[in-house]
Ligand binder design. Sequence first.
Ligand SMILES: NC(=O)c1ccc[n+]([C@@H]2O[C@H](COP(=O)([O-])OP(=O)(O)OC[C@H]3O[C@@H](n4cnc5c(N)ncnc54)[C@H](O)[C@@H]3O)[C@@H](O)[C@H]2O)c1
Length: 283
Amino acid sequence: MKPRLGVVGAGSMGAQIAQQAALHGLDVMLHDQSEEQLRRAAASNRGHVMRRVEKGKLTEADAESALDRVQMTSDLAEAVGEADFVIEAVFEDLGLKRSIFAELDRLAPARAVLASNSSTMGISKIAGATALPERCVNMHFFYPVLVMDLVEVVRGPETSDDTVERAMAMAREMGRTPVLINKEIDGFIVNRILHAATQEAYRLLDAGVAGFEDIDTAVEKGLNWPMGPFRLGDFSGLDITYNARLHMFKTTGDERFRPSAQLEAKVRAGKLGRKTGEGWYKY
Ligand SMILES: NC(=O)c1ccc[n+]([C@@H]2O[C@H](COP(=O)([O-])OP(=O)(O)OC[C@H]3O[C@@H](n4cnc5c(N)ncnc54)[C@H](O)[C@@H]3O)[C@@H](O)[C@H]2O)c1
């Protein structure tokens, strides 16, 4: 029998985590406190799944049953009461995540694994809100979940081997590739390597070694990245890139993380990338 999955938070991540699992045959309960958000999640998932039908990648019958396998509820108890596995994807707010985990501890069966999709909070910060921290783990998916194959599974100091194995198995069951991170560390693996490479690109720019277009071209053609660091920054939002660096710089005091002067100037000028029509490039 496939594990029953509860997903808490139906925003950009939670909606697609639920749909990805359902596309692989799992029964999913998707919860959000907002009915409006649940409606938006259902409509957005329908759009994504039906595009696969249009492209001939999925039959209409398979699409409809994958959509039906995600049940929406604004009642948390209903969402997790019979779950074998819960993935939390609410706002990135520690107090909120701890209060959700305290509720999950009470409402989900004791056998259920409780996973958080947090990008920055190690599970040890959250698991203390539960009576069974050994069943808590980070499962870090990537946006957009329906496209991005990787899941970083990060164990906390109290996470049990059984929980780790079940998180790895759940990622595979959902058609995703898990990697295991044995120690809690800021940025996990991917964001750490991305930040290091991006920081180096900014250092080269600030030192006048090359222009941003040439740095992007070098990385795209020489390393085969689909987007160079400046194009990627425009795509994700330069405010997000800037704030991530500022956070790392403030929390570690390490000069390596100091945000680039040229990046700061872009953010001050409101040139945040695609979403404002201009960042490093014009759109
Ligand atoms: N967006 C990304 O690129 C990305 C990538 C990896 C991980 N994450 C992580 O995923 C998590 C969610 O991010 P997102 O981008 O989907 O956020 P989002 O803002 O799109 O969605 C968050 C959802 O949580 C719901 N929510 C808030 N409080 C709730 C409560 N008490 N009970 C039930 N639902 C509640 C909101 O209504 C909203 O629908 C965060 O921890 C984030 O760090 C995000």
